[in-house]
Write a protein that binds this ligand. Structure first.
Ligand code: SF4
Length: 291
């Protein structure tokens, strides 16, 4: 784990990032651990809260920007990505973090997710994955397991769960990690790494919903999660897919990272500066890379 205190101005505390609004999540909700990790990650980076924008969609987890003193936008169902994209392209100097749940990212926002991923914007998307719709009081989500019983699937869900890590890697994400809100220090470290990565960083976080999901609990995850093997090379896409696909254990840590892809913002500026010659060079470079 990196030293989260490194580079932090002495006078800065996590109070810099707290809005003063009390979180409205149920007692024991995994999202508390994520919020705490976000505060600590920003503290580790030493950011001024006004240099940061937190974007979210809709859902329990999407309330997170209310509890931040940064700029924020609690947007609409599944639309965190287009809004984050506009903000980042409009002002690349801002640090843009997006937040949401598994329903927001992988159901109504799935189309936006894959296209934001392949553009490789320089932003960090933290997904609080609880395998259920909590805000609407407990329906299956895209990451719910087969057989999962809810009010809308009393006989158990027939749908196979989507694998967020596999989706992100195959859609072209250049940084893919998994964390567990029961390990907030590790999560804070991963958020720092995601922020430091130049490109689109996806961090899928097991964040249990104790109110409506009695299967994917803190206890269950504590028994199932394991850190990625020490000899794992995150630049090895095939090895990363293998770890992402594992069900026993469920690996946490940096699963995949490619540092060689230009960000969307860099590509845009190259396309517009330097005229036709430069534009051709950029396009040829991209064609060579992906051929
Ligand atoms: Fe958290 Fe679930 Fe309560 Fe929503 S319903 S706040 S996800 S515990």
């Amino acid at each position: 784990m990196s030293d989260l205190a490194e580079g932090r101005p002495a006078e800065l505390t996590i109070d810099e990032y707290k809005s003063g609004e009390k979180p409205t999540w149920c007692p024991g909700c995994g999202d508390f651990g994520v919020l705490n990790a976000v505060y600590n990650a920003l503290l580790a980076k030493g950011y001024n809260s006004k240099d940061v924008v937190c974007i979210s969609g809709i859902g329990c987890s999407s309330r997170l920007p209310y509890f931040m003193s940064t700029y924020g936008f609690h947007s609409i169902h599944g639309r965190a990505m287009p809004i984050a994209t506009g903000i980042k392209v409009g002002n690349p100097e801002l640090k843009v973090l997006a937040f949401g749940g598994d329903g927001d990212a992988f159901a109504i926002g799935a189309g936006h997710f894959v296209h934001a991923v392949r553009r490789n914007l320089d932003l960090t998307y933290v997904i609080m994955d609880n395998a259920i719709y909590g805000l609407t009081k407990g329906q299956t989500s895209p990451t719910s397991m087969v057989g999962f019983q809810t009010k809308t699937t009393p006989s158990g869900s027939n749908d196979r769960p989507l694998n967020p890590l596999m989706l992100a890697i195959t859609a072209g994400a250049t940084f893919v990690a998994r964390a567990f809100s029961g390990k907030p220090k590790e999560l804070a470290d991963l958020i720092v790494k995601g922020i430091d990565h130049k490109g689109f960083a996806v961090i899928d976080v097991f964040s249990p919903c104790p109110t409506f999901n009695k299967v994917n609990t803190f206890k269950a995850y504590r028994e199932e999660v394991a850190s990625v093997p020490a000899n794992h090379d995150p630049s090895d896409k095939v090895a990363a897919l293998g770890l992402a696909n594992s069900e026993h254990p469920l690996y946490t840590g940096v699963i995949y990272e490619d540092t060689g892809v230009p960000t969307y913002e860099e590509s845009l500026s190259k396309l517009h500066v330097g005229g036709e010659e430069n534009r051709r060079k950029v396009i040829d470079g991209m064609l060579a890379r992906y051929s």
